[in-house]
Ligand binder design. Structure first.
Ligand SMILES: *Cc1c(COP(=O)(O)O)cnc(C)c1O
Length: 461
C-alpha cells in the first residue's frame, strides 16, 4: 500500500484518503508517494487494449491503496467519465507528420481540469460521507480550476465551496461558467489582484491551523494528489494508442502550475516510455528560464492570451524539486524557505542536469500564439485554443525525427473565442449544451486582496 510523504520531510506519512482531505502538508510541503509502482512492458502493452475507464482503474488502484473497493473505484470512474461528451473521452487528432493533439476538453467545463476534478468531487463526497463529516473547499483559480471544481462539487451536501478568481482577469466564458451556477453551496469571490495573490490567500488560510480545522478546509487545486494521479491516465491512454510501449512518444504540455506535466513525469516513472516532456509556457516563463539558466527566479505576472497559465510560482514544481534534491525533505524545506525570502533559487548542477534530461522548455509569446493558431487552422482546418497553441508552438520547435509528439489540448477553443477569432477570423461556437451561458444570472462578490477579510467572510457565511 502506498503511503504519502511530505516534500519538506517533517510531516507524518498518510494514506490516500487523508492525503486527499489534507492538501498541503502541515510542514508546508506537498504530499508525494513514498514509493511508486512500476508497470511492466507487457502490462503497458495490455493497457493499449483497455477503454478509458478500465485503464483509469488499473492505474489508479495502487494509488488508492485499497481505501476504495474495486467496485467503488469502478463506479466512481464510470460516473466521472460518463459526464464527458466524446466516446473516446480523450481523443487524438493528427495535425502533422508525427504531430498529434490529445483533446482533453470534452468534459463539463471544456478544459482538461474536468478529468481530475470530476473524480475528486466524487471522491471527497464519498470520504466525507463515510466519515460523517462536512468540509469547506477553498480554491484559487486562474479560470478553469474554479469552474471545473464548481461543476464537480455543486449541490453536494457534504461540501461548500469558496472559489477565488482574479477580478477581471479571467475570460467571460470562464467567469460565467463559475458565477451562473445556482447551487447554494457555491460561493464565488472576485479578488482585486492576480491569480498568484489568490493562490497566496488560499495558502495563508490553509496555513492558519485554527481556521483550517474550524472550517474543515479542503484544497482542490493541483497540489491535491488525487488530481495528479487522475491526470496520469491520459498519458498512458494516448501513448498506448500510438504504439507504447513498443514506440516512445513525447508530450508537449501547456504549463502553469506544473500539475499536468508533472503527471506526465509520473507516467514515465511508472514505466511509460516517454522520450521528452516539453514544458510549454507563455510569457510568464519562470520554468523555461529555470531550465535555461538553472535559476528558479520569480518575476511579476503579466496577462497573456492564455490566462490559465499566467502564473509565476508553479506549486507542483516543488514535487519535482524534491526528486531533484535526492528526496531530501529537510534540504528542500531550507531551499523553499530561501526561495520565499529571496524570490530566487539556484539549482545545483546535477539537479539541473537531471531536469534537462527529462524536460525541454519553450516560452511562447502572444504573437507566436496567434500565428500558431492561424497556421494550424490554415494547414488543417483545426481550431486550437490559445493554451493549446502555446503547446503546439513548443511541440513544433522540439520535434524529433521518428518520435510522435503529442500536444495536450487543455481547453476548447470556444472558451477563448476572442483570441481564436483574432487569429483565424472564425469565432468558435460553444457546444450546444452551453449555448444559454450568456443568458443566465451571475452571482459573485468582489473582495479586497486581503486574507483576513476573506477569512472573516468565510467564517460568517
Ligand atoms: C490549468 C490550465 C493549464 C495549466 O495546467 P497546470 O497543471 O497548472 O500546469 C493549461 N491550460 C489550461 C486551459 C488550463 O486550464
Amino acid at each position: 500500500m502506498i503511503r504519502y510523504i511530505s516534500t519538506r520531510g517533517a510531516s507524518p506519512p498518510l494514506g490516500f484518503f487523508d492525503v486527499v482531505l489534507t492538501g498541503l502538508a502541515p510542514d508546508g510541503g506537498l504530499y508525494v508517494p513514498e514509493t511508486l509502482p512500476r508497470f511492466s512492458a507487457s502490462e503497458i502493452a495490455e493497457f493499449g487494449t483497455l477503454d478509458y475507464v478500465t485503464l483509469a482503474q488499473r492505474i489508479l488502484a495502487p494509488f488508492v491503496g485499497g481505501e476504495l473497493s474495486e467496485a467503488q473505484l469502478r463506479q466512481m470512474l464510470e460516473e466521472t467519465y460518463a459526464s464527458f461528451r466524446h466516446t473516446a473521452i480523450a481523443p487524438l487528432v493528427q495535425v502533422g507528420h508525427h504531430q498529434f493533439i490529445l483533446e482533453l476538453f470534452h468534459g463539463a467545463t471544456l478544459a482538461f481540469k474536468d478529468f481530475a476534478l470530476q473524480f475528486l468531487g466524487r471522491l471527497l463526497d464519498h470520504i466525507l460521507r463515510q466519515r460523517g463529516e462536512r468540509a469547506t473547499v477553498i480554491g484559487a483559480t486562474s479560470g478553469d480550476t474554479g469552474s471545473a471544481a464548481i461543476a464537480a462539487c455543486a449541490g453536494r451536501d457534504a461540501l461548500r465551496l469558496f472559489i477565488l478568481h482574479p477580478h477581471g482577469r479571467v475570460s467571460e466564458v470562464q467567469r460565467r461558467q463559475m458565477t451562473t451556477v445556482a447551487d447554494a453551496n457555491v460561493h464565488n469571490l472576485a479578488v482585486q489582484g492576480t491569480f498568484d495573490d489568490c493562490q497566496d490567500i488560499v495558502k495563508t488560510l490553509f496555513g492558519d491551523a485554527a481556521f483550517r480545522e474550524s472550517e474543515r478546509l479542503v484544497a482542490v487545486n493541483s497540489i491535491n494528489w488525487a488530481r495528479i494521479c487522475a491526470q496520469v491516465v491520459y498519458y498512458f491512454y494516448a501513448a498506448c494508442a500510438l504504439g507504447a510501449p513498443h514506440r516512445r512518444v513525447s508530450f508537449s504540455v501547456p504549463t502553469g502550475n506544473f500539475g499536468d506535466i508533472y503527471a506526465g513525469y509520473i507516467a514515465k516513472r511508472l514505466g511509460l516510455p516517454v522520450e521528452r516532456l516539453v514544458i510549454a509556457t507563455n510569457r510568464n516563463d519562470i520554468l523555461t528560464r529555470c531550465l535555461n539558466t538553472g535559476a528558479y527566479a520569480m518575476e511579476s505576472v503579466s496577462p497573456s492570451l492564455s490566462p490559465s497559465m499566467d502564473i509565476q510560482i508553479s506549486s507542483n514544481f516543488e514535487r519535482l524539486l524534491f526528486d531533484l534534491h535526492g528526496r531530501n525533505g529537510k534540504g528542500l524545506a531550507a531551499a523553499m524557505q530561501r526561495f520565499r525570502a529571496e524570490k530566487r533559487l539556484a539549482l545545483e548542477p546535477d539537479a539541473l542536469q537531471t531536469l534537462r534530461q527529462e524536460f525541454s522548455a519553450q516560452a511562447v509569446d502572444d504573437a507566436q500564439t496567434l500565428s500558431t493558431i492561424a497556421e494550424v487552422y490554415a494547414q488543417t482546418g483545426y481550431l486550437a485554443d490559445p493554451h493549446t497553441a502555446v503547446g503546439l508552438a513548443a511541440a513544433f520547435a522540439h520535434a524529433e525525427p521518428g518520435i510522435p509528439m503529442i500536444t495536450l489540448a487543455t481547453a476548447h477553443p470556444a472558451k477563448f473565442p476572442e483570441a481564436v477569432e483574432r487569429a483565424t477570423g472564425v469565432r468558435p461556437a460553444l457546444p450546444p449544451h452551453m449555448r444559454d451561458l450568456f443568458e443566465k444570472k451571475e452571482r459573485y462578490e468582489v473582495v479586497e486582496n486581503n486574507a483576513e477579510i476573506i477569512k472573516a467572510y468565510i467564517a460568517q457565511t
